[in-house]
Ligand binder design. Structure first.
Ligand code: IDP
Ligand code: MG
Length: 137
């Protein structure tokens, strides 16, 4: 069993596809272990994406991530980290495999609908960033 953090980003919430993203995770045999809708402040988005602080897109990414509500989730299952990444598709929707969430719904490399932890180390930082132990079922 493995846990990963996923986020339906502000563009996914605006496009009304929260349920569609969750359905894809559940259909792949993954389980939602925690879930909430929140609005990140710019500072909270900056600390979440601190690994990207030197990237040219850091400012616009964190502005985007704090531009509206997001749905943060803990997803649990066998190989949850790689399964969620596979369902998401490549960061750039133009390179994302057909049938992936980003290929189907993302408008560009920044506004790409969904986040998923990229490693056990990332999940270990990202899950407790949003959820305390008693909030994870
Ligand atoms: P990932 O979300 O597929 O793991 P990362 O490289 O970790 O991709 O980048 C984090 C987020 O930053 C992406 O999901 C996307 O929203 C944004 N991003 C990544 N690369 C670019 C870029 O070249 N231009 C603008 N935004 C980007
Ligand atoms: Mg990443």
């Amino acid at each position: 069993m493995e846990r990963t953090l996923s986020i339906v980003k502000p563009d996914g919430v605006k496009k009304n596809i929260i349920g569609e993203v969750i359905r894809r995770f559940e259909s792949a045999g993954l389980r939602i272990a925690a879930l909430k809708m929140i609005r990140l402040s710019m500072d909270e988005a900056k600390r979440f994406y601190i690994v990207h602080k030197d990237k040219p897109f850091y400012g616009s990414l964190t502005e985007f991530m704090s531009s509206g509500p997001v749905v943060v989730m803990v997803i649990e299952g066998k190989d949850a980290i790689s399964k969620v990444r596979e369902l998401m598709g490549d960061t750039n929707p133009q390179n994302a495999a057909p049938g992936t969430i980003r290929a189907d719904f993302a408008s560009d490399v920044e506004h790409n609908i969904v986040h998923g932890s990229d490693s056990p180390e990332s999940a270990g930082f990202e899950i407790p960033y949003f959820f305390s132990a008693v909030e994870i079922c």
